[in-house]
Design a protein around this ligand. Structure first.
Ligand code: NAP
Length: 328
């Protein structure tokens, strides 16, 4: 079987498509024929050894996938050969087959296409956890989303809208903002050309915003923190800009506001029941069409460089997929 492999840490140019031995299902495991593996921003870091998770090469990137069950190991009763499934692995999904613990899989509902299911776990899982458990978002609150057309950003626009927020999408180009409007943003700010703080002040009648969803970091974070309302919440999602900001803490005192960290991978391990509830909510919203889960593009495994470049060149709108099998 084919696998995309990081043979030595470095840029995406160093990855290789190789033949690898097919896996076997041990007790409690399922072998999945991967149809789509989804890439996230962190895949561009993990292959360079710059992410918090540091697997030793050789390993495959891609932390989430959807496909069909090819074999079940002893003791697995929830799944049968042919079932459509999705799941997350941290890394390792960019191969035609993977073996994974049955507990890490969810069945894909009949009405949900596999390409949308592949990208649902991480970006949408992170975002529902962020807005529900961390921000405690209430209907009618204002939600500012930075990087609103990217993987987690678009998820925040869609889920924020589904939870009843007034979504203000923020991004670096007018095309990206028009795209975010199509997914539920009611207002937009181009932070490359507009006065970000002045616009937020005007849009909220001087009150400030209730929640900021920040996957970008850098200088935008302090500007967003300064734009929070009394008792506002700033969600620390990630640092796609490459800069971890160090905002002055007196701002939290003056606004009685919170900076709240979000770490989905730990949430899944530490609060499995809440995670399962979140996933069933996401699957039901996605199956009903309330979440559209936009796919930017599906790249064959040989075109992995283009897939990685869509993310690193800041071009990806929604989810970037590698296609490893037939989707019929
Ligand atoms: N905390 C968690 O549990 C968790 C879970 C998943 C992801 N994350 C983090 O969330 C962040 C975004 O991940 P993602 O997969 O959504 O990424 P993505 O699809 O590539 O989106 C990132 C967005 O950030 C903006 N950006 C600003 N500077 C950038 C730069 N130098 N390079 C690339 N993008 C830049 C871009 O929007 P504009 O051009 O509009 O600025 C882009 O759309 C990452 O830091 C990731 O590690 C955290």
């Amino acid at each position: 079987m084919k696998a995309l492999v990081c043979v030595s840490l470095g840029p995406a140019e160093n990855l290789k498509v190789m033949e690898a031995p097919p896996p076997a299902a041990k007790a409690g495991e399922v072998v999945v024929d991967v149809v789509y593996a989804a890439l996230n921003f962190f895949d561009t870091l993990i292959i360079e050894g710059k992410y918090q998770l540091k697997p030793e090469p050789p390993f495959s990137p891609a932390g989430e996938f959807a496909g069909r069950v090819a074999a079940v190991g002893p003791g697995v009763e929830r799944f049968a050969v042919g079932d459509r499934v999705m799941g997350s692995t941290g890394y390792g999904a960019a191969r035609e087959q993977i073996a994974i613990a049955a507990g890490r899989l969810a069945p894909v509902p009949a009405g949900l296409p596999l390409d949308k299911a592949a990208g649902l776990s991480i970006a949408y899982g992170t975002t529902l956890h962020a807005l529900k458990q961390r921000a405690e978002l209430q209907p009618g609150e204002s939600l500012v989303v930075l990087g609103a057309s990217g993987g987690v950003g678009l998820a925040a626009v869609e889920i924020g809208k589904a939870m009843g927020a007034r979504v203000i999408a923020c991004a670096s180009s007018d095309d990206k903002l028009a795209f975010a409007r199509g997914y539920g943003a009611s207002e937009t700010i181009n932070y490359a050309t507009e006065d970000f703080r002045a616009r937020l002040k005007a849009l909220t009648g001087g009150k400030g915003v209730d929640i900021v969803y920040d996957p970008v970091g850098g200088a935008l974070t302090e500007a967003a923190l300064r734009s929070l309302a009394w008792k506002g919440r700033l969600l620390v999602i990630g640092f796609a800009s490459g800069e971890i900001p160090k905002p002055p803490l007196n701002l939290t005192l003056l606004k009685g506001c919170d900076i709240r960290g979000v770490y989905w991978g730990e949430f899944v391990v530490r609060e499995p029941e809440a995670h399962r509830d979140n996933m069933s909510q996401l699957l039901s919203w996605a199956e009903s069409g309330r979440l559209k889960v936009h796919v930017h593009a599906k790249f064959p495994i040989e075109a992995y460089l283009q897939a990685f470049e869509a993310i690193s060149r800041r071009q990806a709108l929604g989810k970037v997929l590698l296609q490893l099998g037939g989707d019929a």
